[in-house]
Design a protein around this ligand. Structure first.
Ligand code: IPE
Ligand code: IPE
Ligand code: MG
Length: 249
């Protein structure tokens, strides 16, 4: 697929974002309840986080729960909320051991109080990590965050803190929940759907995209490694020609 004449692989991506999809279908295909798929999906999070840390990835953003997922049956929403907060707590020692840091993007005010408290404890406990940053997207959607950024900018303009002509794409990036992180180099979606489902729409402008047919609970470290290698073989042109990109090296 790559048009790159260089045989040498490019570096590991700095930022990998993952749409962890297919838990329900995985469960169904095994004759199990959807929630069992979510429980199994947590094990995949553990494996892939470890692998990303070992490979030297700096940022791993995981889409755990979208704004639209609030519209699922209440039972499933409750199970997911419960599972996410328990999983974050359970994963904290492993994160600390790996010198990793946990952060959250999304509308966490919608999270139940006890879950939010647990989450805050996990974030505090890992705040000093200097290795991998794991960014969990919870109650997140790109349109939610872009709308919020627009409102903040409008307010700043009213207050005279910013002029319309000062609004650049960097300024917009700085008003998104992802302001501290570079844009994803690689976006992986498991579960085979060819869509973005309201995830990081602004930030993936030039991300490489890989859709894996594997359901998230069945996604392995080997496949993750293969996806990373496929990324490393691609040529990113950012709108320029292949010749321009090659002569830059
Ligand atoms: C992804 O798996 C997990 C969440 C969206 C929370 P799904 O629950 O969407 O599983 P499928 O896509 O129905 O198989
Ligand atoms: C995307 O999966 C959201 C997460 C993985 C958290 P969905 O299952 O919600 O996406 P759609 O509904 O198939 O687009
Ligand atoms: Mg799904």
């Amino acid at each position: 697929m790559s048009h790159n004449k260089d045989i040498e692989l490019k570096p590991v991506p700095t930022h990998v974002a993952i749409i962890m999809d297919g838990n329900g279908r995985w469960a169904k295909s095994h004759g199990l309840e959807r929630t069992v798929g979510h429980v199994e999906g947590v094990n995949t999070v553990h494996r892939i986080t470890q692998a990303a840390s070992d490979m030297g990835v700096k940022y791993l953003t995981l889409y755990a729960f979208s704004t639209e997922n609030w519209n699922r049956p209440q039972e499933e929403v409750d199970a997911l909320l419960n599972l996410i907060s328990i999983a974050l707590e359970q994963e904290t020692p492993a994160l600390i051991e790996n010198n990793a840091k946990l952060e959250i993007i999304g509308d966490i005010d919608r999270m139940p109080d006890d879950a939010r408290q647990r989450l805050n404890r996990s974030m505090e406990a890992t705040a000093h990590g200097t290795g991998l940053t794991v960014v969990v997207a919870f109650s997140y959607s790109s349109r939610w965050e872009i709308t919020r950024a627009c409102a903040k900018l409008a307010q700043e303009a009213i207050e005279g803190k910013i002029k319309p002509e000062e609004i650049t794409d960097e300024v917009i990036s700085q008003h998104l929940t992802t302001a501290p992180y570079p844009d994803p180099d690689l976006l992986i979606r498991t579960g085979g759907e060819m869509r973005v489902s309201n995830f990081l729409l602004w930030q993936i402008a030039y991300s490489e995209i890989i859709v894996s047919p594997t359901y998230w609970p069945a996604y392995t470290v080997e496949e993750f490694q293969a996806n990373i290698d496929a990324y490393r073989g691609r040529e990113r042109r950012f709108g320029r020609t292949s010749e321009q990109v090659s002569s830059d090296k």
